[in-house]
Ligand binder design. Structure first.
Ligand code: GTP
Ligand code: MG
Length: 198
């Protein structure tokens, strides 16, 4: 699959602001700065569809991107950003729960982890949470350009073990910098959408 057309359809902080649940959605979750917005730009072939920043905590809203006029990719605000206040962190939790637990047209949440590091306690917590709601199974290991081929395999194994992934769950290494791995991710998204139609 290719995404030939993409646009920011909607920015929301509460359910009343979400677009109509008339199309399937695939969301990106992961800690702040892991590369969610960069990944979105990579798979849509757009340089600046989503704002990318070296400062963690850039995306603080739920951003709905309409792709090919057919489905949406949803960029969720990152977690694990140390500099936010307690009230902001509560707002984040509520915003995520509202979306992840009640959005019927949400097909899958793709969780992003940094290929260089062992997944954090928060990454594990998120994966468990997604598992509980039947939304887990696809992980993208970001910033694959930062490790050697040898390290890549070793680190993917560590990611699988730490997150407690099932045999059928998949890890896709991707580099937004080198523009690699997105074909496999797009194939996976295509399969998810095709299976949902049946
Ligand atoms: P928040 O919006 O804060 O949650 O962050 P995010 O997950 O959307 O991350 P973003 O895409 O803004 O990227 C964060 C930083 O990582 C930026 O400086 C990117 O340039 C860098 N980055 C993202 N993907 C890659 C990658 O594949 N390789 C390398 N080397 N850097 C990357
Ligand atoms: Mg972002």
């Amino acid at each position: 699959m290719k995404i030939n057309q993409s646009e920011l359809e909607c920015v929301a902080v509460k359910p009343a602001q979400y677009p109509e649940p008339d199309k399937y959605e695939i969301a990106f979750a992961g800690r702040s700065n892991v590369g969610k917005s960069s990944l979105l730009n990579l798979i849509t072939g757009r340089k600046a569809l989503a704002r990318v920043s070296g400062n963690p905590g850039k995306t603080r809203t739920i951003n709905f991107y309409l792709c090919n006029g057919e489905f949406r990719i949803v960029d969720l605000p990152g977690y694990g950003y140390a500099k936010i206040s307690r009230s902001e962190s509560e707002k984040w939790g509520e915003m995520m729960e509202n979306y992840l637990e009640h959005r019927d047209n949400l097909l899958k949440v793709i969780q992003l982890v940094d290929i260089r590091h062992k997944p954090s306690a928060q990454d594990v917590q998120m994966y468990d949470y997604l598992k509980y709601f039947g939304l887990s199974g696809v992980v993208v290991a970001t910033k694959a350009d930062k490790v050697s081929a040898n390290e890549k395999q070793k680190n993917i194994k560590l990611i699988r073990e730490t997150l407690g992934m099932d045999k059928t769950d998949i890890v896709i290494p991707v580099s937004a910098l080198k523009k690699t791995g997105h074909d496999k991710l797009l194939e996976t998204i295509e399969e998810l959408l095709a299976n949902a139609e049946n």
